[in-house]
Design a protein around this ligand. Structure first.
Ligand code: URA
Length: 210
């Protein structure tokens, strides 16, 4: 598993405002999208491309086009939805699928309660959006689901991760082509499963408590 933690003052500045508990939802939403766009730049470094030739007013120019099959972007509901706009702004030709996860209170494992993805992901590159990599449970379940459908590589974009969750994802995805791109790697998880210092509940801060 490859891990890339963004090391850029723009990312840290925006994350700092995002963490601030006085930042209201509209600002939080705008910043989350801007952050994803910055992280997506790094996350798409190995996106599949094909050579193309265009004609400029002066001569032929050899370039690249984002490939066939198109990358698949998968926000994890609900908080991952807050990252979708920023991602498709940067990769407008991507296809978008959805995965909804909820914690099963008996098994404490994430269950998939909603899924809207192509049946066959053979040869597809997938980009999972999940703002908070806490215990890693839902990200591991999402990555397993995508590989079981045939995906060849999965990149997760997360705003903040806890070291415990990152380690869990690393163990669970050994031998698979997985990349994690982060805005920040925080200190730890607390006893309630929140990232410290983190930013609280990302879904609540994006959408208000429901
Ligand atoms: N999910 C969140 O939204 N925040 C955390 O700190 C952990 C999980």
């Amino acid at each position: 598993m490859r891990v890339h933690v963004a090391d850029h003052p723009l990312v840290t500045h925006k994350l700092t405002v995002l963490r601030d508990e006085t930042t209201p939802s509209p600002t939080f939403r705008a910043l989350a999208e801007e952050l994803v766009t910055l992280l997506a730049y790094e996350a798409t470094r190995n996106v599949r491309v094909s050579p193309v030739t265009v004609t400029t007013p002066v001569a032929e120019a050899h370039g690249l086009a984002i490939g066939d099959p198109r990358p698949l972007v998968v926000p994890i509901l609900r908080a991952g939805l807050g990252m979708l706009g920023g991602m498709v702004k940067l990769v407008p030709t991507a296809e978008v699928g959805f995965l909804g996860m909820v914690r099963n209170e008996q098994t404490l494992q994430p269950d998939i309660y909603a899924e809207r993805l192509p049946d066959d992901l053979a040869n597809r590159q997938c980009f999972v959006l999940d703002p908070m990599l806490a215990t890693g449970g839902s990200l591991i379940a999402a990555i397993d689901f995508l590989f079981d459908r045939g995906a060849v590589d999965v990149t997760a974009i997360c705003l903040i991760a806890a070291p415990e969750g990152l380690e869990a994802v690393k163990k669970a995805t050994e031998g698979r082509e997985v990349t994690i791109v982060l805005g920040a790697l925080d200190e730890r998880l607390n006893e309630r499963g929140y990232i410290v210092p983190g930013l609280g509940d990302a879904g609540d801060r994006l959408y208000g408590t429901v």
